[in-house]
Design a protein around this ligand. Structure first.
Ligand SMILES: CC(=O)SCCNC(=O)CCNC(=O)[C@H](O)C(C)(C)COP(=O)(O)OP(=O)(O)OC[C@H]1O[C@@H](n2cnc3c(N)ncnc32)[C@H](O)[C@@H]1OP(=O)(O)O
Ligand SMILES: CC(C)C(=O)C(=O)O
Ligand SMILES: [Mg+2]
Length: 511
């Protein structure tokens, strides 16, 4: 049995990244990939936060069988009740209850004394213990907490029933040596510490999240909380790929292993980047575009003579495979297509292969060569096609009138399947398009962020557009994919509006 457990919080703390807003279908796709990665625990969300979060946690708990699923809750009975309702049908319901312990949080945020914080934490754990077989308790902002008080409250929550104790560096403040000392202090000063597992949860505000997580492991942590690509609140969380590959490559030093299927790392990274719109920097360790590239002459010479001169990790270890021996294009048949799906590790039900093959042929009519990224994109679009759609794009035409102005004509299918045709203008193609879309739909929309990226290389690469809008004064995000950048832009905008309408309806249902 592996000793270090991986607790993935991409869907909870990762989703707290500004501008990231995943819907149920996207969360399920990520959760299934995390299961393939073999993560031990998936933190699927914060059930009390919204109806959307509740339903996502519930669906993930029902779907995932080989990883344990958990949800976050404040030390508040209604949060614990919501977590139970969402998680009770899962394989091994476990809850993650947290309460801040540091003087700053006690005084300014919670407005509670030390005694009240202990009382509240204990009451929450006891309440959770009436339902959940496994309880994790986190001391939020543990690393800025007085150590004697931290030890005292941890002993109390263990007595109340907590089985895993998490020591988060909530604000990414601590250094590796100091963090190791916190774990040592707790091991020496909490009488019941041997009854529980210790967990680490680090943030990257000073760029030390991975180093801190590894320091915690060296000092007794047996669970690591992390996210794919290190996404998360502010500067992000500790990145899973860095921690698990460091434990693997430097096993001589750490002598600890995880159950993670390393070959699924690159796929997990691309998937999370694609669905969240958070582009992985080229120089990011393990999963960046340049992580295995050698640019300078002396390095290239060394690698040609012997790879290990400059490569400590082989790209194959984390799942980068060269699939270029079979190039797919418009003359490819279904056998080659199915083989490619299998090579890429994409599990497709027999009844869905036909639809995917049609989408593939459609794209191949416009694009000379179909890359692995294109196949993955087609696969994802098919999986996510079941999203609620109030408006759907039928057609769009944009024409430049002169240097400063463009005309757009947009055809949409509306909420009652009615055809909506609208024309408008703007300074530039995207503005003309978005002005026209705004006139076509009901509600107020304001564009706040627009990002475009190409999937793969080449002039005919697919364009992926992410937008963040205010829809009726609530934030919503959308994603659109097409070979044509304007159609991708229109799809992203309509997707954000559809999600805005869905969120409004869910909110109205709740009140
Ligand atoms: C470190 C972390 O990552 S913690 C997780 C952070 N994630 C999130 O906050 C995302 C989801 N959050 C939400 O949707 C909302 O904040 C909700 C639904 C949880 C709460 O919303 P609201 O009731 O409107 O409260 P709001 O968010 O403004 O304030 C938080 C309240 O919870 C209290 N609180 C904060 N942490 C805890 C805790 N662990 N246990 C009990 N109460 C807490 C705060 O003191 C504040 O209480 P107050 O209203 O008495 O001052
Ligand atoms: C909820 C807790 C574990 C958290 O995310 C943090 O403290 O950073
Ligand atoms: Mg956190």
């Amino acid at each position: 049995m592996a000793k270090i457990k991986i607790f993935d919080t991409t869907l909870r703390d990762g989703e707290q990244s500004p501008g990231v807003n995943l819907n149920l279908a996207e969360k399920l796709v990520i959760a299934e990939q995390l299961e393939k990665l073999n993560v031990d625990i998936i933190e699927a969300g914060f059930p009390a936060a919204s109806k959307g979060d509740f339903v996502s946690v519930q669906q993930i708990a029902k779907t995932i069988k080989n990883s344990s699923v958990t949800g976050l809750a404040r030390a508040v009975t209604s949060d614990i009740d919501a977590a139970w309702d969402a998680l009770k049908d899962g394989a091994e319901p476990r809850i993650h209850v947290f309460l801040a312990t540091s003087p700053i949080h006690r005084e300014y945020k919670l407005k509670l004394s030390k005694e009240q914080v202990v009382e509240r934490a204990v009451a929450a754990v006891k309440y959770a213990a009436k339902r959940f077989p496994v309880i994790q308790w986190s001391a939020e902002d543990a690393c800025r907490t007085e150590l004697p008080f931290l030890a005292e409250i941890i002993e109390e929550v263990i007595q109340a029933g907590a089985r895993i104790i998490n020591i988060p560096d909530t604000v990414g403040y601590i250094t590796p040596n100091e963090y190791g000392e916190v774990f040592q202090y707790l091991k020496n000063n909490v009488p019941s510490i041997d009854k529980v597992s210790l967990s680490t949860h680090c943030h990257d505000d000073l760029g030390m999240a991975t180093a801190n997580s590894l320091a915690a492991i060296e000092n007794g942590a047996t669970q690591v909380e992390c996210t794919i690509n290190g996404i998360g609140e502010r500067a992000g969380n500790a990145s899973m790929e860095e921690i698990v590959v460091a434990l693997h490559i430097r096993n001589d030093h750490y002598q600890e292993r995880t159950r993670i299927n390393l070959k699924e790392i690159s796929r997990s990274s691309s998937l999370v980047s694609e669905l969240t719109g958070m582009v992985v920097p080229g120089n990011k360790a393990i999963v960046g575009r340049n992580a295995f590239a050698h640019e300078s002459g002396i390095h290239q010479d060394g690698v040609l003579k012997e790879k290990t001169t400059y490569e400590i990790i082989s790209p194959e270890l984390v799942g980068y495979v060269n699939n270029n021996n079979m190039v797919l294009g418009k003359h490819s048949g279904s056998h080659a297509f199915k083989t490619k799906l299998k090579d890429l590790g994409l599990q497709v039900k027999d009844e869905d292969v036909k639809d995917l093959f049609i989408a593939f042929k459609d794209l191949a009519d416009h694009k000379k060569e179909i890359s692995d990224e294109d196949i993955i994109a087609i696969f994802l679009e098919n999986k996510l096609a079941k999203e609620e759609k109030y408006y759907e794009l039928v057609d769009v035409k944009v024409q430049h009138k002169n240097d400063n102005e463009a005309d757009a004509i947009v055809k949409l299918s509306g909420p009652k399947n009615e055809l909506i045709i609208q024309n408008g203008t703007g300074s530039g193609s995207v503005e003309a398009l978005y002005n026209t879309l705004e006139m076509s739909i009901s509600g107020q929309v304001k564009l706040e962020d627009y990002r475009i990226q190409s999937l793969g290389a080449g002039r005919d690469a697919l364009a992926q557009v992410f937008v963040r809008v205010q829809y009726d004064e609530k934030e919503s995000t959308g994603r659109g994919l097409d070979q044509d950048v304007l159609i991708a832009s229109a799809k992203a905008y309509i997707n954000a509006i559809n999600r805005g309408i869905l969120a409004r309806e869910q909110f109205l249902e709740k009140v």
